[in-house]
Design a binder for this molecule. Structure first.
Ligand SMILES: Nc1nc2c(ncn2[C@@H]2O[C@H](COP(=O)(O)OP(=O)(O)OP(=O)(O)O)[C@@H](O)[C@H]2O)c(=O)[nH]1
Ligand SMILES: [Mg+2]
Length: 418
């Protein structure tokens, strides 16, 4: 697979699971399969760089009695990548701290948690970090060694025992690797075998050696684990969207059904009223045009036209009550005119006035007329704000499902490469 494909696949996964960015970086490191990485982690001046130098057997990393390592440094020695990280500052969470932690989480297979013996107990931040490293180790099988460094700075074995007991209480069941880089150096320079052993460095080196042999299995385990996790998260995400979609669609259908049935009932009701009114009328006067003399007189025609208009208005008001209750009021924006009073669904569907019996009959008493009202009001119902918002949420959820499917496919692509 080309790196372009791999990047696209990573983007597809991140599009739906942005919190997985670090996991994808870690996977990439694991899959690339470079040499195992051993890193140090701990507070500054606790002897991390010195420790790495002694383990490697040469002065690779800078050592000093002030805050020294400020950025990551690495060195490959005998098939192992040694990564020196800046010290954590117990008081301020600095950028160096984040950088160091990032390196530990993303790059390391084996972590050396370094704590200077003369400091006694762990502080809160160290305790939390060590617990976190162990919890991660339980999951990923990445190993963490507790290194009690600068042991020569304690007066005697009694002091050392005190410190070990105190730390043992803070981190129960932890094997403490007591070391002194200084003793190791002196022993090597002076050819002193007993001091060399007392430095704890050869023992730690041996323990590291076996740990390094377990790195390939640990990596394979971690690759499978991270893929499983992300795959499961993707699946759960998609399932969540599917549930949401089903609920939204159910609402959409239920609302539409309620609207159609409610509307039908209202139309039947007002049509029945109008039909009864029309049937109660006698001779049709409305169609007889008024003559010029009738301009200021009350004629039978005028009375009837007034009657019809009132019946029509009543029907409209009743239907309007139902429509407004269902969010159908103004015209949809694309259909609005400059006359605000005319921007009503009622007017758009019903017109402004009806004067003649035959028009009322056509509208309310014939199936075709009633069906037209049912159809047109339903049309405007679907264009109402709430219904559009609902349709929009459905479209969004569908898009989210497609994205989740894409992410799953992308993950399979990445897995095939692993
Ligand atoms: N006595 C004694 N001093 C040590 C030992 N290891 C390191 N030191 C001294 O402790 C100081 C700090 O050592 P570094 O190895 O630079 O410590 P570090 O943890 O890498 O420090 P930062 O890079 O600043 O985080 C230096 O002055 C070292 O010489 C040791 O085993 N015994
Ligand atoms: Mg250092």
């Amino acid at each position: 697979m080309s790196s372009e494909m791999r990047e696209q696949a990573a983007r597809d996964v991140l599009a739906v699971l942005p919190d997985r960015a670090n996991d994808l970086v870690r996977l990439r490191i694991l899959v690339d399969g470079d040499e195992p990485v051993v890193t140090v982690i701990g507070k500054y001046n606790h002897g991390k760089s010195s420790l790495l130098n002694e383990l490697i057997g040469r002065e690779t990393f800078a050592v000093s009695d002030r805050r020294e390592t400020v950025s990551l440094a690495d060195n490959v020695h005998r098939g192992v990548r040694w990564l020196d990280a800046p010290g954590l500052d117990a008081d301020v969470g600095t950028a160096d701290d984040r950088h160091a932690l990032q390196a530990v989480w993303l790059r390391s297979d084996i972590r050396l948690f370094v704590h200077a013996a003369k400091e006694g107990e762990l502080d809160e931040k160290e305790t939390a970090l060590f617990a976190e490293l162990n919890a991660d180790g339980a999951r990923t099988r990445r190993q963490t060694f507790f290194v009690l460094s600068q042991a020569d700075q304690l007066a005697d074995e009694v002091e050392l025992d005190k410190v070990c007991t105190a730390i043992g209480k803070q981190a129960p069941g932890t094997e403490l690797n007591v070391v002194s880089s200084m003793r190791n150096r002196k022993a090597l320079e002076g050819g002193k075998q007993l001091l060399l052993e007392k430095s704890g460095i050869p023992a730690l080196r041996a323990a590291l050696h076996s740990a390094l042999e377990r790195v390939p299995q640990a990596r394979a385990h971690e690759v499978a684990l991270v893929f499983d996790d992300i795959r499961e998260e993707c699946r759960a995400l998609r399932a969540g969207h599917e549930t949401t979609l089903a609920a939204l669609r159910e609402t959409q259908q239920r609302q539409a059904l309620e609207f159609r049935q409610g509307l039908k009932a209202v139309i039947e009701k007002v049509s029945g009223d109008i039909e009864a009114m029309l049937n109660a009328l006698g001779t049709d006067h409305a169609a007889i045009p008024d003559s010029a003399q009738d301009a200021y007189a009350i004629t039978a025609g005028k009375v009837e036209r007034g009657h019809i208009q009132i019946a029509y208005s009543r029907a409209c008001i009743e239907m309007d009550g139902f429509l407004v209750g269902h969010g159908v009021d103004g015209l949809p924006p694309e259909q609005e005119t400059s006359s605000r009073r005319m921007n009503s669904v009622m007017i758009a569907v019903m017109g402004v006035s009806v004067k003649f019996r035959k028009d009322l009959r056509r509208m309310f008493c014939e199936a075709a007329g009633r069906e037209r009202m049912q159809r047109e009001f339903t049309h405007y119902y679907e264009l109402s704000d709430d219904r559009r918002a609902l349709a929009g949420r459905i479209a969004q959820t569908q898009a989210a499902i497609v994205a989740a499917e894409q992410a799953s496919a992308a993950l399979r692509t990445l897995e095939a490469r692993a």
